[in-house]
Design a protein around this ligand. Structure first.
Ligand code: S3P
Length: 186
């Protein structure tokens, strides 16, 4: 059996479904799932929120950058990026070398409903979350728009998003030949 050659890399704002979809794709495609935020917390030995308060956002972005370099060296993984990884164009370019790159999107109100009960995102620990989400989305739009393959997850289930990704013509290159033939024969 040949080794899968590519990663699937999910970009997108907080609450667009990156982690949930990555988990589903990992199960369906039998690929290991990498959560960038989890790996940074492991490497740094502290939670993201603490990294932000103690070391600052710029330090966090540097750790993200280092991790992108490491993860983009070879394929075979589903990677859920953090919502701000897109802010450095080098990160997109590196991931494109070894991966299929997609951007998940969602309407601000949907994002709010998905993150409402969570407290682990330092950028959303503010009085008016909806306003902050809209502001950040507007500022980041040109960065997310650099990724041409986008899926609006607002009205889709995790399964539906996963199916759309698997059905993408580019995803065919993810399956090694033997497995692909078996799937097609069923
Ligand atoms: C961030 C998104 C978070 C996390 C950090 C910063 C951002 O990841 O990396 O809080 O700048 O959008 P998720 O998108 O997984 O919540």
């Amino acid at each position: 059996m040949s080794k899968p050659v590519k990663n699937i890399v999910l970009f997108g704002f907080m609450g667009t479904g990156k982690s949930a979809v990555a988990g589903l794709l990992g199960e369906r495609l039998h690929y290991p799932v990498v959560e960038m935020d989890d790996l940074i917390e492991e490497r740094e030995g502290m939670l993201i929120s603490r990294i932000f308060t103690e070391k600052g956002e710029a330090y966090f972005r540097q750790r993200e950058r280092e991790l992108v370099k490491d993860l983009s060296r070879e394929g075979g993984k589903i990677i859920a990026t953090g919502g701000g990884v897109v802010l450095n164009p080098d990160n997109i370019r590196d991931f494109e070398k070894t991966g299929i790159v997609l951007c998940l999107t969602a309407r601000p109100e949907v994002i709010l409903s998905r993150v409402e009960n969570e407290t682990h995102r330092p950028l959303l620990e503010v009085e008016n979350r909806l306003e902050k989400i809209k502001k950040l989305l507007a500022a980041r739009r040109p960065f997310y728009d650099r990724i041409k393959d986008r899926i609006d997850t607002s009205d889709l289930s995790i399964e539906e998003v996963g199916e759309r990704i698997i059905a993408r013509p580019c995803s065919k290159s993810l399956f090694n030949h033997e497995e692909h033939e078996v799937h097609e024969g069923i």
